[in-house]
Design a binder for this molecule. Sequence first.
Ligand code: ADP
Ligand code: ADP
Length: 237
Amino acid sequence: MIEFRHVSKVYPGGVRALRDVSLKINPGEFVVIVGLSGAGKSTLLRCINRLIEPTEGEILVDGVDVRKLKGAELRRLRSQIGMVFQTFNLVKRSSVIKNVLAGRLAHTPVWRGLLGWFPREDVRLALECLDRVGIADKAWVRADQLSGGQQQRVAIARALAQRPKIILADEPVASLDPPTSHVVMSDLRRINREDGITTIVNLHFIDLALAYADRIIGMRNGQVVFDGPAAGVTEKT
Ligand code: ADP
Ligand code: ADP
């Protein structure tokens, strides 16, 4: 469970990106946050794993206030949360498998990571995660040789390799064409259903939200202006 209690964020310079946001997200939910650019979606998402520090309020993940976590506890929280970004954030000149295992490199002797050698169980995990998004055959290819859609699926496999409880996807399809956007949204949705990973996706198009979400949260100007089941939303909103 993720809970925001009266969360506000004011950036240095005075932009109020979040204004008294309170909401609860249940385990296993697939929530899409929609809103125009600048509405505060990205700020909201990044407060959950403290890539951004809120100015006021509490954010509870499984009952623990993430604002109070330090050091190892904060690293543990982050290890349980997979992130997917608009621009994929891959190491372009590295192999796909190395990208997928990036989060595990800390546990691998440095020389093995440098050579691109990984323990056999890590390779098996990476191939399994890549297979979940249909690109296991690309494991040994350099990341920058893949299409945008394939790169985003590598990023999803990288998140899966963390065995996360939560996936946060910040505009994951904003750089992709419409057919590829559907492939990526379907992958996220299928993984949510199969593994029960709580998933929050930021989008600026309502049509994709309607097609995939259980629940849609609408944001405008740092506030939640709509929150309800996707089935209850009509195209006009
Ligand atoms: P969205 O994801 O909906 O586009 P953001 O959370 O990125 O919205 O931004 C919300 C508001 O906060 C915008 O006005 C944006 O310009 C501002 N903002 C975002 N990041 C920063 C930052 N690091 N410093 C100052 N203002 C920021
Ligand atoms: P992304 O595509 O990863 O969401 P953005 O273009 O939203 O990236 O933002 C890139 C960086 O610039 C982020 O660290 C964000 O916090 C910061 N940023 C966004 N808007 C502003 C702003 N108005 N003033 C200062 N920094 C900002």
